[in-house]
Design a protein around this ligand. Structure first.
Ligand code: MSP
Length: 477
């Protein structure tokens, strides 16, 4: 049965990093989907937040000479500010240091224990604090973690283990049957491949880390930060009014697939909870052809970009540039180019010239009963249906292509029909042509709303008042 409730999440970001364009990518995608569902009248809830426990955060706080709590409190506003600058309208912002969340984490672990899935064992391994993860010898490059370029630390301690190996078959079945959908298909195969190699039990507590949620029945340990973080999706349903478990969609980057497609569902199976309906892992992008990194200093700042080009242009450009499930490249130049061509020349100019002509030729235009985006084409498919289908499949660039095909066609229509000549030769035809273009723009206006809410608002006003103003003014370098 189709449900009108939607619950969409992003990863909760490590609070010690400044919000960069990578975090913005997932968050913008979630925001677009949320706005899309809301526009359709669905009851959609979009959750984001910050991941604030663990060794990485505690170490960063210590370097600053601050208590971890004070440190995280000072950083959370940076994320909220970035989301505001990008016109992100989340419905809930969760922090793992929220007391209620901490309690729910402890209860969750207690349930895992009661179900017989936790066991205390001695453990020795190499730990990368950057990844907040144990790392095996053969993953190392020159003795260092390939992601963080740092030597891992040797850990030898007693930890509580989650008996993941026991859940292998059930997990496999849930993924194979799409009861728990892992997408895109390539990611599903990757996960099934890992399961087929055999899953080992994983440590879910830390002895040396004080900065974390209480581990039930053992004061010497805290809950492993990743387990703590994953539970946010579930605890949010008890903290906020609105979201109902299970989540419909966890949007993540492919870097954290292991945790979301293996550890998380296995924990839920163990306590007999429902599984999220879908995890979708998008690709990673490089910046101007290079891996984004702090040391290269090439991380582009989403706040600065949206100040310069406007939130809408950033939202549009990064979702348009390459398909959501694939890797791709982004750069300020690419955003600037999209601003100038697609947005300025195609869309902005189309609205401007249409309204100018409507005024000049004193044409009567107004809303019609059926929009052209709702008129079936020769195959019986409407533009809105094609757009909806793309977005429901998380094909953001595909949905945008549908919209920009219309603007291209309409601009071409103007060139072909030459209203300035019709004005002299055929006034009836002029009214028909311009009327069609005008009401097609009403449709375009609806379709761009989830992606470009501010532009949609401005455009709507212009279509009503018939007073054109540049939607994407030229930016002086
Ligand atoms: N705190 C964990 C997530 C816990 S969720 C229960 C974490 N945080 S993170 O701050 O490192 O954010 C990782 C996420 O940021 C990725 O999964 C992805 O959504 C996004 N990205 C970070 N860098 C990115 C790119 N270069 N490209 C695309 N997305 C990127 O992991």
């Amino acid at each position: 049965m189709a449900s009108n409730n939607k619950y969409i999440t992003t990863p909760i970001y490590y609070v010690n990093d400044v919000p960069h364009i990578g975090h913005a990518y997932t968050t913008i995608a979630a925001d677009v989907l949320n706005r899309f569902y809301k526009q359709k009248g669905d009851n959609s809830f979009f959750l984001t937040g910050t991941d604030e426990h663990g060794a990485k955060i505690a170490e960063a706080a210590e370097e600053k000479g601050e208590t971890p709590k004070k440190f995280v409190d000072s950083l959370v506003p940076q994320f909220k500010k970035a989301w505001e600058a990008l016109d992100i309208e989340y419905d809930g912002f969760i922090r793992t240091t929220d007391k209620k969340h901490e309690e729910i984490v402890t209860e969750f672990i207690k349930k895992l224990q009661d179900a017989g899935y936790v066991e205390k064992r001695k453990y020795e391994g190499l730990y990368c604090v950057g990844c907040e993860k144990f790392i095996s010898e053969d993953e190392l490059e020159d003795g260092k973690c390939p992601h963080h370029g740092k030597e891992p630390v040797k850990h030898s301690e007693e930890n509580h283990f989650f008996l993941l190996s026991k859940l292998q078959d059930k997990l496999k079945q849930a993924i194979e049957s799409d009861e728990f959908k892992v997408a895109p298909e390539a990611r599903k195969n990757e996960v099934l491949g890992k399961i087929n190699q055999g899953l080992e039990d994983v440590s879910i507590s830390r002895q040396a880390v004080e900065w974390g949620a209480k581990f039930p029945g053992d004061d010497t340990q805290t809950v492993y930060v990743w387990v703590d973080a994953l539970i946010n999706y579930y605890s949010a349903t008890k903290i906020f009014e609105g979201p109902k478990w299970p989540a419909d969609l966890h949007l993540i980057g492919k870097d954290i697939l292991w945790f979301h497609a293996i550890i998380w569902p296995a924990m839920l199976i163990a306590i007999h909870e429902k599984l999220p309906k879908e995890v979708f892992a998008h690709g990673f992008f490089t910046i101007g052809g290079k891996k984004m990194s702090k040391s290269l200093g090439n991380a582009i700042d989403p706040i600065a970009l949206s100040e310069k080009y406007g939130a809408d242009a950033v939202r549009y450009a990064i979702l348009r540039e390459f398909p959501f499930g694939e890797d791709g490249d982004i750069s300020e130049e690419k955003i600037a180019e999209r601003y100038k061509t697609d947005l300025g020349n195609e869309l902005g100019n189309l609205v401007q010239r249409t309204l100018t002509m409507v005024n000049k030729y004193e044409l009567e235009v107004g809303p019609t009963e059926t929009l052209s985006i709702d008129t079936p084409d020769v195959d019986g498919v409407t533009i809105r249906e094609a757009y909806d289908k793309a977005l429901t499949n998380l094909d953001f660039s595909g949905a945008l292509e549908v919209v920009f095909r219309i603007t291209r066609d309409l601009n071409a229509e103007i060139e072909r029909k030459k209203p300035w000549e019709l004005e002299k030769t055929d006034k009836n035809e002029l009214a028909v042509v311009m009327g069609f273009i005008y009401q097609s723009l009403l449709g375009v206006n609806e379709l761009i709303l989830p992606f470009m809410p501010e532009t949609a608002e401005k455009m709507k006003k212009q279509l009503k008042t018939l007073k054109p103003e540049p939607l994407f003014p030229r930016i002086e370098e």
